[in-house]
Design a protein around this ligand. Structure first.
Ligand code: PXP
Length: 236
């Protein structure tokens, strides 16, 4: 199982004082030493945490793959084409949200998304779509010419009862199977932590997890390298 470490939260701390540290570029290097296979960052249109400088330096320094989460809009497409991450994960974005709240509505916006996906693919950037584990969204992702999907695990992570959790996990399992059958590479993420990650890591079709908040929070207490290593050990 590949582990993508999302370093946005390191930049959030930096931006609390609008200073120079902690530097997400240094954090990415430590995450890689801890076993991260991928560094993930979400350059938001409002640049609230990571910014263009971080993307530029990460592109030059990350040894594994670099996964840029971005809105499917022209300005972000231009940025992606300039820096050429290995993967671009298209995500919905609303300025007032605290974090990404739901999957991309590919069913409604398929043509727009397909145009962005084509431009990225033409530049040899792999295209992944962050979608809810919903069959229609997964089929639409395939039709929009994505090469991968990242299944949104937020509802599974937020479920408070055993029953709800089992139901949401079953959705992720079904979604992963459907996506793999369509030939899509399957990743998952959002809200995963050291206590809820195992059942998702056990889904055979899922080959990558992108995890940020839980790892960065643990890193405050254990150091980043150890926090990444602990997660890597858990997901096997
Ligand atoms: N994947 C995507 C597409 C996301 O938007 C996020 C949050 O930025 C994550 C994974 C990581 O979520 P978390 O920080 O809750 O682990």
């Amino acid at each position: 199982m590949r582990l993508g470490v999302n370093i946005d939260h390191v930049a959030t701390l930096r931006q609390a004082r609008k200073g120079r540290y902690p530097d997400p570029v240094a954090a990415a290097a430590l995450a890689e030493l801890g076993g991260a296979d991928q560094i993930t960052l979400h350059v938001r249109e409002d640049r609230r945490h990571v910014n263009d400088r971080d993307l530029e330096l990460l592109r030059k320094t990350v040894n594994g793959t670099l996964n840029l989460e971005m809105a499917a809009v022209q300005t972000m497409l231009n940025l992606a084409l300039q820096h050429r991450p290995d993967t671009a994960t298209l995500v919905p974005e609303r300025r007032e949200e605290l974090t990404t709240e739901g999957g991309l509505d590919v069913v409604t916006n398929r043509e727009e998304i397909r145009k962005v996906a084509r431009s990225l693919r033409d530049a040899s950037v792999e295209v992944s779509l962050f979608v809810d584990p919903d069959l229609e969204q997964i089929k639409a992702s395939h039709r929009a010419e994505a090469q991968a999907v990242e299944l949104h695990t937020g509802r599974y992570c937020e479920a408070r009862t055993q029953r709800d959790r089992a139901r949401e996990l079953a959705r992720v399992v079904e979604g992963a199977k459907a996506a793999a059958k369509l030939g899509l590479r399957v990743a998952a993420g959002h809200g995963l932590d050291y206590w809820n990650v195992k059942p998702v890591a056990e889904i055979a079709e899922i080959t990558e997890l992108n995890i940020g908040y839980a790892i960065v929070c643990r890193a405050l207490l254990t150091g980043l390298e150890r926090a990444v290593r602990d997660m890597k050990d858990l997901i096997g």
